[in-house]
Design a protein around this ligand. Structure first.
Ligand SMILES: Nc1ncnc2c1ncn2[C@@H]1O[C@H](COP(=O)(O)OP(=O)(O)OP(=O)(O)O)[C@@H](O)[C@H]1O
Ligand SMILES: [Mg+2]
Length: 151
């Protein structure tokens, strides 16, 4: 059983505060988000999403400083938890959206990203019987959603 722990968020909090990015916590209060997954890899997957969002905000540029946010939330739907990470970053072009989950696809400079984060995450999540969805438009931020069976 994997529990979406507030520690994942805590891990990012300092780095985001330094950047003036508002971290919005939409996880249910007083209730654990328990999914059929292993906690270690689950946190790795979430951390990659949060770091991706932070980088996307870095590339969105100074015009938007003052209202940047990353929101992590969870809601129930049927037998699943939908865990979402949304940001106000640079967004993803239609062309890039097709390549997101391909190994070594990255738009980051050499030394900054390997392009393995989402490819690995996708496989891990599929292995749990779940999936990852994305919605994004260039210049308008992005939202990644993990659909995972409830534990
Ligand atoms: N939230 C996001 N907003 C905009 N673009 C994103 C976002 N998340 C991912 N991307 C795009 O998808 C690409 C692939 O992401 P992925 O996590 O697989 O690799 P990476 O972050 O480049 O490298 P790493 O292996 O260190 O994670 C990124 O380089 C970026 O272009
Ligand atoms: Mg990444």
């Amino acid at each position: 059983v994997g529990v979406v722990a507030h520690e994942v968020i805590e891990l990012m909090a300092h780095e985001l505060r330094k950047r003036g990015v508002e971290l919005r916590n939409g996880l249910p209060e007083g209730r654990e988000v328990r999914v059929r997954a292993e906690s270690g890899p689950l946190h790795q997957v979430l951390l990659n999403l949060l770091v991706n969002s932070m980088h996307a905000i870095d590339s969105a540029g100074p015009t938007r400083i003052g209202w940047h946010f990353i929101r992590i939330a969870a809601e129930e739907r049927d037998g699943d938890w939908i865990i979402s990470v949304a940001d106000s970053g640079c967004g993803i072009s239609e062309a890039n959206r097709k390549n997101l989950f391909k190994p070594f696809f990255t738009t980051k400079d050499i030394g900054k990203g390997t392009g393995l984060g989402l490819a690995t995450s996708y496989r891990i999540v599929e292995g749990w019987g779940g999936t990852i969805e994305v919605s994004s438009r260039e210049g308008e931020g992005a939202e990644f959603r993990l659909l995972l069976p409830k534990a």
